[in-house]
Design a binder for this molecule. Structure first.
Ligand code: FMN
Length: 167
């Protein structure tokens, strides 16, 4: 699949196939965050791959919208390392860029994924930091859940027209 096709066929899918994503595949997918642009090239991102079901069960209780997590075969906690942040005002944009890279890479590797928001909601962020014993300098930002693709690609409900205004 080429990049442009991956952009158009990426979807947040919440159906689950009972098949394990292997470790090599997850390594291949997550590597792509490294290639995202970042402000001042700070590359402050840090990602944790959560493999244990009990941890995904814990996460599913943290937020109402995360009930799919115990069934996801892998999930990723996308964090940033404050010791590497030079431009705090841009860190969210850095994280968005790297997360999108992962979603597109997952799509290319035949893996459905969903981006679950977290930052800047302190209560769930604190629960996650405590549960996973994250160092003080590590801030959890978002969760990405993943599973093997199954079923048809749903239509994308585009809410705005594709119109360019050259001004
Ligand atoms: C910042 C952000 C936070 C999101 N949080 C959640 C979430 O908590 N739970 C969820 O099921 N989907 C979440 N999504 C996925 C969106 O619901 C999804 O992208 C949107 O419905 C469009 O569908 P598509 O991704 O298939 O194009 C999030 C997406 C973004 C960009």
């Amino acid at each position: 699949m080429d990049t442009l096709t991956s952009i158009k066929t990426r979807r947040s899918i919440r159906n689950y196939k009972d098949e394990t994503l292997d470790t090599n595949l997850i390594r291949e997918i997550v590597e792509y965050w490294l290639y995202a642009p970042s402000a001042h090239n700070e590359q402050a991102w840090k990602y944790y791959i959560i493999s244990k079901k009990e941890d995904r069960e814990f996460l599913s209780e943290v937020m109402e919208f995360w009930k799919m997590l115990p069934k996801a075969w892998w999930c990723i906690i996308a964090c940033f390392d404050n010791d590497c942040v030079r431009s705090p005002e841009f860190i969210q944009q850095d994280m968005w860029a790297s997360i999108q890279n992962i979603l597109l890479a997952a799509n290319e590797k035949w893996v459905w994924s969903v981006w679950l928001w977290l930052y800047p909601h302190e209560e769930p962020m604190n629960k996650i930091s405590q549960h996973f014993n994250l160092q003080e300098n590590i801030t959890p930002f978002a969760i990405i859940s993943m599973w093997i693709k199954e079923g048809d690609l749903p239509e994308k409900n585009l809410k705005s027209d594709w119109k360019i205004e050259i001004i």
